[in-house]
Ligand binder design. Sequence first.
Ligand SMILES: NC(=O)c1ccc[n+]([C@@H]2O[C@H](COP(=O)([O-])OP(=O)(O)OC[C@H]3O[C@@H](n4cnc5c(N)ncnc54)[C@H](O)[C@@H]3O)[C@@H](O)[C@H]2O)c1
Ligand SMILES: [Zn+2]
Length: 413
Amino acid sequence: MIPTVLFATLDERKRNTRCEAERLVYNTKTSFSSAQKDLSMETSNSIATREIIVQLRERSYPIHIGHEILSGMPELLNATGESCVHTILLYDENVAAIALRLGKSLERAEYRISSAAIPSGESSKSVERLEEIWRFLLSEHTDRSSVVIAIGGGVVGDLAGFAAATFARGIRLVQVPTTLLSQVDSSVGGKTGINLPGTKNIVGAFWQPSLVVIDTQSLTSLPQREYLSGLAEVVKYGIIMLPELFEFLEHNASRVVGRDREAMVNIVEQSCLCKASVVKEDERETSGRRAILNYGHTFAHAIESVTGYGTLLHGEAVAIGMHMAATLAMFLGRVDQGFVDRQRALLQQLELPIQFPNLSPNKLWHAMQHDKKVEMGKLRFVLPTRLGHVELVQGISQDSVIAAIAASASSEA
Ligand SMILES: NC(=O)c1ccc[n+]([C@@H]2O[C@H](COP(=O)([O-])OP(=O)(O)OC[C@H]3O[C@@H](n4cnc5c(N)ncnc54)[C@H](O)[C@@H]3O)[C@@H](O)[C@H]2O)c1
Ligand SMILES: [Zn+2]
């Protein structure tokens, strides 16, 4: 079987054009206005707040990234230009303190506030929980001039996002992601949804937020394992399209692992730039471009299914999956051993796993056949050719995949 390349990262010339385009809409601010500072002591900090615009014509929206910026929410809401008097705070029960602080700043700015805690965990992405939210929105007299603010990780972002997408045929949504994974991935791009028993994210909608506010300070309370897991997605952006980000991680690994404020803001900003540029080109996953975000994920989904959901965090499975994907790319002559070693070294510096004991290559192969993204029985892999460049390849033989899994599992850790 001859592997076929279906899709590749933009070539260098186009990539530079893309960066120029992003820069046009990209600016940094040193602080909010003085009026804003009066609202809270928290706004004074030396790290510049960054702003990225996700360009989707009439659905374009800004992402604000900074440290201790949440109390600026009233001003940021105002700046969207659409009137809003009623905010509905739907928050993960584990970030109640963040929701409370945010609620206070909105209260001072005289917004009407409704709020509800969502039990933490994947099981909240359910029909039952969604119905509870719909009923809550109804009881709070929510209408099209109301705004849902989702505060939490990807679970609350997806659930509250889907509630906003469907209530009254769609009301505005603000994402306030509080896990690293949600800051660099799920809060940007408009995918919302819930699970059905046995099938993740099977019911949902594309519903773009009108604003994303990313405060890296909220990561302070995140368990270290969750934080490190989110770093796998950051490494992914480095491999698929941003060598500078990969190099930044290599040079600043201990600052990144130690949650240095400036390093966190930098990696979140760079990751959001990548995600925003892919989403801009393929908002609804129709052109195939968005598929590059699945680097390491075909393996990761199989690993999550074989090891039992919850054994590994998603990012941990992605790290192991990226090691397998790079090994497969090497077996196919697309990258050399140096590439595999370099990626492995970075993952290890970031304290991410690259192997899982006793994973059966055959079981993984069979699990991969059930991946949601397998189209018409054709398994596709996102594989690198060099740092910052990946291609979507199909037609890779079962033998090559199984050999790569076995080799990545036995490679020296
Ligand atoms: N919409 C998308 O594009 C997209 C992309 C990737 C993943 N997802 C979805 O995202 C979900 C995973 O998201 P996640 O990894 O953020 O998990 P999560 O939302 O379950 O959060 C992980 C854990 O961290 C806790 N938590 C959140 N913020 C915290 C904080 N600041 N301090 C302390 N604890 C905190 C939560 O209560 C939870 O226990 C999955 O459901 C996945 O399907 C969606
Ligand atoms: Zn992922």
